[in-house]
Design a protein around this ligand. Structure first.
Ligand SMILES: C[S@@+](CC[C@H](N)C(=O)[O-])C[C@H]1O[C@@H](n2cnc3c(N)ncnc32)[C@H](O)[C@@H]1O
Length: 261
């Protein structure tokens, strides 16, 4: 997310962040009662983070994209940090870590994933939870992603975004080429942006294995927002993982990533 970032909020103006935040607060209340502190990993322009802060949580937002973080900071004085999920280091631990809108699907390599899970584990209190949604392998294989065009227009510009997916079935990935044609109405000029996004999808046993290797237990999985049981029709699955006590002690004592235990 580089040049694309400045049009991110307009492109997703139809995404209901309020309803998503209600959904997240329900999960937080159910799986980690008395939560005070939350870190939103891959927070993007910070919409969930800001809404959660309005509900009284202490929220930190972290994202790899400098552009996303600078947009997040424009309308808020919350703690928004540029950082990589796989290796960020903060002095604080959190009750809940969120990573929403398939941020983890951008982590395509196994070692990177193990590092990310271990690193998040280190930043949670014992018993703390990680709420994460990912693309669901059974749905990708049965529905097959198709080229799509999205058009968004306001008084200043018109954006035509083409998304062209290529399936890399051997690696559980979909390579999506996003081509944005932004017509700036005042100057009648076109801005062309092309970004390739490599997006991994996950099956339940993969998430369970990653969790087991990094000191988490999978408490629950469900379709994002509807809470239905995941199926071949479920594109986005939400997993709730809990940081285990014993692995936490072992990693603290010998100071090595849980993935090596
Ligand atoms: C689809 S956006 C979701 C943003 C936000 N959570 C939302 O719901 O609008 C994915 C975000 O993940 C971020 N991201 C991808 N890989 C990351 C990494 N390794 N560390 C931190 N952020 C990452 C991207 O910069 C991008 O902002």
């Amino acid at each position: 997310f580089k040049s694309y970032s400045k049009y991110y909020d307009q492109l997703y103006h139809d995404k209901n962040y309020n309803a998503e935040t209600d959904y997240l607060v329900n999960l937080i209340t159910k799986y980690r009662e008395n939560t005070k502190s939350i870190i939103d990993l891959g927070c993007g322009t910070g919409k969930h983070a800001k809404l959660l802060a309005n509900r009284g949580f202490e929220v930190t937002g972290l994202d790899l994209s400098q552009e996303m973080i600078s947009i997040a900071k424009q309308s808020s004085d919350l703690d928004f940090i540029i950082g990589d999920i796989t290796n960020f280091k903060l002095d604080s631990t959190f009750d809940v870590a969120l990573s929403i809108f398939h941020v983890f699907s951008y982590l395509t390599d196994n070692d990177v994933l193990l590092n990310a899970f271990s690193n998040i584990n280190r930043h949670l209190v014992v018993g703390g939870v990680l709420i994460v949604d990912v693309w669901h392998t059974p749905a990708v294989h049965s529905q097959l992603p198709e080229p799509r065009v999205k058009i968004v227009e306001n008084d200043t510009y018109k954006i035509v975004r083409k998304a062209t997916p290529a399936i890399d079935s051997l690696n559980n990935m979909v390579d999506v080429r996003y081509e944005l044609d932004v017509l700036h109405k005042e100057t009648a000029t076109h801005e062309i942006i092309i970004e390739d996004h490599h997006i991994r999808h996950f099956s339940k046993p993969e998430i369970e294995l990653l969790s087991k290797c990094t000191g988490f237990k999978v408490l629950h999985s469900e379709e994002l927002i509807t809470a239905k049981k995941p199926s071949e029709q479920t594109w986005g699955v939400c997993y709730i993982l809990q940081k285990l006590f014993l692995i936490a002690i072992a990693t603290y004592l010998i100071n090595i990533p849980a993935s090596f235990i």
